[in-house]
Structure formats: C-alpha cells, structure tokens
Write a protein that binds this ligand. Structure first.
Ligand SMILES: Cc1ncc(COP(=O)(O)O)c(C=O)c1O
Length: 367
C-alpha cells in the first residue's frame, strides 16, 4: 500500500509546541483562516442542550432544511435533495475523490492551493496535474490556456478554490464559467471550493452555476462561525451527486453538536455581518501598516493575506518565538511568503509590531 505524506495545514501543532516548550495559551494564532470574532453566543446553549444518549441524525435533515432556507434567494431555490452536509468540508472533498476517482483517473488542480485536494485525489489512486497561477500577474490563472488543457487531457475532475487559499484571489464569474463550460464539454466534474466565500466583500451569485449538472459547490461553516472544532461543511450539487455522497458517508459522521449549532448560527442575522466588518477593517489596517514597513502584500479578497518575505520558514520561526503563529507558504510552493489570517485590530497591531521587529533583525543580519 502506498502511503502519501499528509498535507501541511495552518493552526497550532501540539507536537511542535511540545518540542519547543511553548504553551498554546501564550500564542496568538494567525495561521488558520477563521472568523476573527468569538463564535455566536447561542452556540454554548445549543451544545448544552444536546442529548448525549441519542445518535446524531445521519441524514442531517433539519440542518439541510436550514441551509436550504439560508442560501435560497429570489433567483435560485436550492431544495434539500441538492444539499449534502459533511464533517467539515474536508470530509466532502475526500468523499468526492473516493466516489469518482480511480487509478485510471486524472485530476486537474489549479495551484498554488489547499493541499488536501491533491492528497485526497492521490489516496483515491488518481494522477494529478496542476495548472499554476502566474506569480507576476497577481497569482491569476490564464483561463483560456487551462480551458485548452481540459479539452486535451479530459480530466475526471477539475478543482479550484475561490477565493483561493493561500493567495486570496477571487475569480470572476466569467472566468469560472470558462472552466465550467470546458469541463462539461469534456465530461469532467468541476469542484468549486468556496470555503472563504463569506468573507468576500462583493461576491457574485455562484448558485446559478448549479444549472450545470457537473458542478459541486463546497462550503465550510467551520470558518464562517469560528467553530472549526465542531466540523461542519456542505456541498451543493445535483441530486444524483448528493445521493452518491450520502451513500458513501459513514452514518453519524456529522455530530449532534455541529448539527444543532449549525442550525442556530444560520438564524443569527448579525454574526456574519459583524465578522465581515472586522475582516475588512483589520485587513485594510494590516495592508497599510505592512506597506509602511516596506513589505509587499498580495491583494486578497479573503480573510487572509500573503506577505512577501526573504525566507518564510525562518520568518515563521522568528514570529513563533515572539508568540505569533503564521503560515509558512513553502508547502504551497511559495517559500517567499507567509500567510496571516485576519484577526481583530488589536491583535493585528501586535502582529505588525512583531513583524517590524523581525524585519529589523533580519535586515541588520544582512548589513
Ligand atoms: C480551501 C479550504 N477548503 C476546505 C477546508 C476544510 O475546512 P473544513 O473542513 O473545516 O470545513 C480548508 C481548511 O483550511 C480550506 O482552506
């Protein structure tokens, strides 16, 4: 059996802390991209109200009804038959790979991006081809070129993250349309991972893409409501894809705490508005402050920001020694970038102060 190395993720690694003798409570985590504000208050009451003796609903019926109500708009009604709920969007990505890929399959992944896509596809035995963004044009992709590649290679699956992790690039509707059309013409399934969509200032309505039968939209609720510990995500797709996903998902995969809190946070009309406001103002502050320090940042439409540095691995360690955890982008193939998740402004100020010190220290080493 072939063993693949696991993808690198952000967030605090307990093993590393143990080795370095650091304590989690003394660190500020900028390496995970989650809502900058505390989870909605209602979550704690919901958690306490869960009956521990009952199994979770394996069909996730109530939460699918809530999601349907939450996302449907005047133009697009999404019935529960087109909604699948998973133990985080990660489970959904792995299920899709297991169901639709085999040793004969080829997958096209738009990179640099979230490492779990490639891992899931390789576990399913598929070969992976990547299409890299152009670093010199703000990490954009050439969609005409990629569309030709789809025509030639006819991959089983195409995966793109929008807005993209780690670059923060948010592709336009017409760009995604090019990929969707090329995919449908080549008999290819198309995954659009929208894990960070809630933090885009002016998103376009991607629900209309569901008119294409080959599209799967994947979304994460863990990040939107700062509850990654609970694990909750959903996919929107054709009825057929949804029933295949359900056929392969182990029963009770989505625990009762996640289902219960998921239903109530969707009813909270204020939470996301507030979280978004914080993201927008802190991101502006960070960009400005970092530019004043002479550092380059990559324009981002998401709730994180890439910063160009001399050596990302070294910068991460130097910042960790100051109590701040950032994401070293080397595993994305970007050894000159660190990625920081947007937090409240007071915490961003601490980050800027630490970055200024590291910049000063690394500069004096060269002089
Ligand atoms: C782009 C992207 N998609 C999906 C996920 C998985 O999120 P979750 O399983 O918490 O929903 C992540 C997590 O970092 C991510 O960055």
């Amino acid at each position: 059996m072939k063993i693949y190395s696991r993808p690198v993720h952000g967030s605090i690694n307990p093993n590393e802390l143990k080795i370095l003798g650091l304590k989690k409570e003394n660190l500020l985590d900028f390496s995970a991209n989650i809502s900058p504000i505390e989870p909605p208050e209602s979550v704690w009451e919901d958690i306490q109200s869960v009956d521990l003796r009952s199994y979770p609903d394996p069909e996730c019926l109530e939460i699918r009804e809530s999601i349907s109500k939450y996302i449907s708009n005047l133009s697009y009604q999404i019935p529960i038959e087109r909604i699948f709920v998973g133990n985080g969007s990660n489970e959904i990505l792995h299920l899709i790979s297991r169901i639709y890929l085999s040793k004969k399959s080829t997958v096209l992944i738009m990179t640099p991006t979230y490492g779990e896509y490639e891992f899931a596809c390789r576990l399913a035995g598929a070969s992976v081809i990547t299409f890299n963004a152009n670093v010199d044009s703000d990490f954009r992709w050439d969609f005409r070129e990629v569309s030709n590649l789809i025509k030639i290679k006819k991959p089983k699956l195409v995966i793109i993250c929008n807005p993209n992790n780690p670059t923060g690039l948010y592709c336009k509707r017409n760009e995604i349309d090019i990929l969707a059309k090329a995919s449908i013409n080549s008999g290819t399934m198309f995954i659009l991972d929208e894990a960070y969509l809630s933090f885009v200032a002016k998103p376009w309505d991607s629900l209309s893409l569901l008119n294409y039968s080959n599209i799967i939209l994947v979304r994460s609720m863990s990040k939107d409501y700062a509850q990654t510990a609970l694990r909750l995500g959903y996919a929107l797709a054709s009825e057929n894809v949804v029933s295949n996903l359900r056929a392969f998902q182990p029963d009770w995969s989505v625990n009762s705490f996640a289902q219960k809190t998921g239903i109530s946070v969707l009813e909270d009309k204020e939470y996301l508005l507030n979280a978004r406001k914080v993201v927008f103002s802190s991101k502006n502050y960070l960009k400005k402050a970092l530019t004043e320090l002479g550092l380059d940042t990559v324009d981002s439409d998401a709730n994180f920001l890439m910063i160009r540095v001399e050596n990302a691995t070294r910068w991460r360690m130097l910042l960790l020694n100051k109590g701040l955890v950032v994401r070293d982008c080397t595993s994305f193939g970007l050894p000159n970038y660190i990625r920081v998740g947007i937090r409240v402004i007071e915490e961003c100020k601490l980050l800027v102060k630490a970055i200024a010190e590291v910049a000063q220290d690394t500069l004096s080493e060269f002089n």
